[in-house]
Each structure stands twice: as structure tokens, then as C-alpha cells.
Design a binder for this molecule. Sequence first.
Ligand SMILES: [Zn+2]
Length: 81
Amino acid sequence: MNHSALTCPQCQSQKIVKNGSIHNKKPKYKCTECGRQFVEHPRQIYISEDTQNFIKKLLLEKISLAGIARVTGVSRIITTE
Ligand SMILES: [Zn+2]
């Protein structure tokens, strides 16, 4: 079992091979199922719907994204919309 299994962002396959690295030495990966190449974004967090709703409320209060990031601990705001 590979405890740090990567998942293809396109087809969700875990048949991922390392495929060199990009300019800043970050490893680059390739999905052997669909051929999609991607780099890992360890700081990118997919936040829950609850957190998204919370962030939307904060946005309505005119709180800056930087402030929201501090409050929620989400360094990069990603919504599914
Ligand atoms: Zn794939």
C-alpha cells in the first residue's frame, strides 16, 4: 500500500508515475491511465462546503481574503463554483 498515493486530477486514477520535475524542482507526475501530467500542490486544500459557506459569510462582511485565510487557515481559497 502506498500511503502517499497521488490521484489523477482528471480521472482519479492512482496509477501515477513520477515524470521529471519542473523549473523549481517540484516533482512532476504523469497519470498512466489518461496521460494527464500534473504537479502536486501540497498547499492547495479542497475545503468543505461548511467552510465555503463560512467564507462566503465572511466575504459578505467585507473581510479581505487575507483575513479569511488567517481565520480559516485556508491559504488558498478554492470554491467549487
Ligand atoms: Zn488520469
